[in-house]
Design a protein around this ligand. Structure first.
Ligand code: ACO
Length: 427
């Protein structure tokens, strides 16, 4: 069996044999298909990139039909259960789990880079009291670029490494400062005696306790949540990181753009919609009525369905279990009962079964964040902290990939043909 695709152009009767590699044909191979020699050549049209591979990647594998997610070959379930988030960060960026020595060095490097320049504080203080924390996060990550002008040397591995350490270390600090600002609370400096997640919780929740110790269950919960959100191959924000990074801009600017993509309600904002939905339903006995509305197309079951997963999102299963552990500390979120009932009924109902609609990562994550008393606007920021690692791993892979070029799609021009300018007074 030849690994080729034969394409016949019925306009000319000519046939072309295009090589197939990894189940894919190269879009540039279509360019030779022309009716006349002076034509541009055939392109492929794919708004939203629904069937276009933009890169070759060795980072994250998803099988949406089977509900499988792996980072560098390791099942997400094993990493969530047994690895720390910073081990996962090294795995995603470098391709292998670190040795103890490599890991200790990495943890040390990240820990000593958690502080931000004092001017960042005054920068953040300039935001209005009710500024959206995601807007503050995006702006402050972009502003970091001005503190590290050397970061533009993106083709140098040592320079890249230094910026990746800085970004992984500083995003929790910027996120926590944004949170404290929105609460009217003083910013808390990083604590280098705590773990990555422990330090984050201290910067968020500590109010004047010199020996504040985060609850180990919540500390572990955050490590798991960051791990689950760390990467998800070529989603909207990751593609943005790669596209902006392909111009060889510094990683702070590229990461700010990726975070901006995540800010959108179609990407990082679905878990808040789940909470609004659960609040609107109000009680467990109203669930059948709501399901009826969904089936009548009067509402969407938020937190259900996924473009890639046509099975239970493996992250949702882990988060559901985690929610029970967190609620033992925070008290049960009263919306949990409604969520469980919704899931139970939906998974048995033919409407959802037939369409392969299962809970996604957002179905339970909002419940955890709400139980921890995070404001809804802060949820995408929590997502961004974990995803920073994936953005960086993908950015580095893109820069090292000799086949990659500056992202520059084509278009099908449907506008006016050439016409002459008409002066204002004659129009
Ligand atoms: N509730 C009710 N019906 C649904 C839902 C839902 N949540 N999701 C899909 N459907 C139905 C559609 O109406 C469609 O039915 P039809 O074929 O009879 O018309 C069918 O299932 C297929 O759905 P599509 O919209 O084609 O699936 P698509 O891949 O385009 O959409 C999406 C995926 C956007 C996630 C969708 O399932 C949805 O809107 N879900 C709710 C929002 C949500 O939870 N988003 C978070 C995604 S996870 C993340 O971004 C991190």
């Amino acid at each position: 069996m030849a690994d080729t695709l034969t394409v016949t152009d019925n306009r000319t009767g000519k046939s072309y044999e295009l090589p197939i590699s990894h189940g894919t044909v190269n879009a540039m191979d279509f360019r030779q298909i022309k009716v006349t020699d002076d034509e541009f050549g055939m392109m492929v049209y794919d708004p939203g990139y629904k069937n276009t591979a933009s890169c070759k990647s060795r980072i994250t594998f998803i099988d949406g039909e089977k509900g499988i997610l792996r980072y560098r070959g390791y099942p997400i379930e094993q990493l969530a259960e047994r690895a720390t988030f910073l081990e996962v960060a090294q795995l995603l960026i470098n391709g292998e789990l670190p040795t103890r020595e490599q890991h200790e060095k990495f943890v040390e490097e990240v820990t000593v880079h958690t502080f931000v320049h004092e001017n960042m504080k005054s920068f953040l203080e300039g935001f209005r009291y009710d500024a959206n924390p995601m807007s503050m996060f995006i702006s402050s990550v972009a502003a970091l670029s001005s503190f590290y002008p050397e970061a533009k040397d993106v083709l140098d591995e040592e320079c890249r490494r230094a910026q990746m350490i800085r970004l992984i270390a500083k995003v929790p600090t910027l996120a926590a400062f944004a949170y404290r600002h929105s609460q009217g609370l003083p910013y808390v400096y990083p604590r280098n005696d705590l773990s990555y997640s422990g330090n984050f919780l201290a910067m968020i929740f500590n109010i004047n306790q010199p020996n504040y110790q985060p609850h180990p269950t919540l500390e572990r919960a955050f490590d798991v949540l960051f791990t689950l959100h760390a990467d998800h191959e070529q989603n909207c924000s990751t593609s943005t990181m790669r596209a902006v990074g392909s111009s060889q801009v510094d990683p702070y600017s590229a990461l700010a753009a990726a975070a901006a993509a995540l800010y959108g309600p179609l990407h990082g904002g679905a878990n808040r919609m789940v909470l609004y939905m659960l609040e609107e339903i109000g009680s467990k006995d109203k669930v059948p009525e709501f399901i009826k509305k969904v089936k009548n197309r009067e509402a969407l079951l938020m937190g259900f369905g996924h473009r890639v997963y046509k099975n239970y999102d493996p992250r949702a299963r882990i988060i559901k279990k985690l929610a029970h552990e967190v609620f033992e500390i925070t008290g049960v979120n009263p919306l949990l009962d409604i969520a469980l009932e919704l899931e139970r009924i939906a998974l048995e109902d033919e409407f959802f079964v037939k369409r392969k609609l299962y809970p996604n990562v957002d179905f339970y994550s909002g419940l955890i964040y709400q139980a921890m008393k995070f404001p809804i606007d802060f949820y995408p920021v929590l997502f961004a902290i974990g995803r920073t690692v994936g953005w960086l791993a993908q950015w580095r892979e893109m820069l090292l990939d000799k086949e990659q070029k500056i992202a520059r799609p084509r278009q099908i021009y449907l506008g006016e043909g050439a016409r002459d300018y008409v002066p204002l007074e004659e129009r």
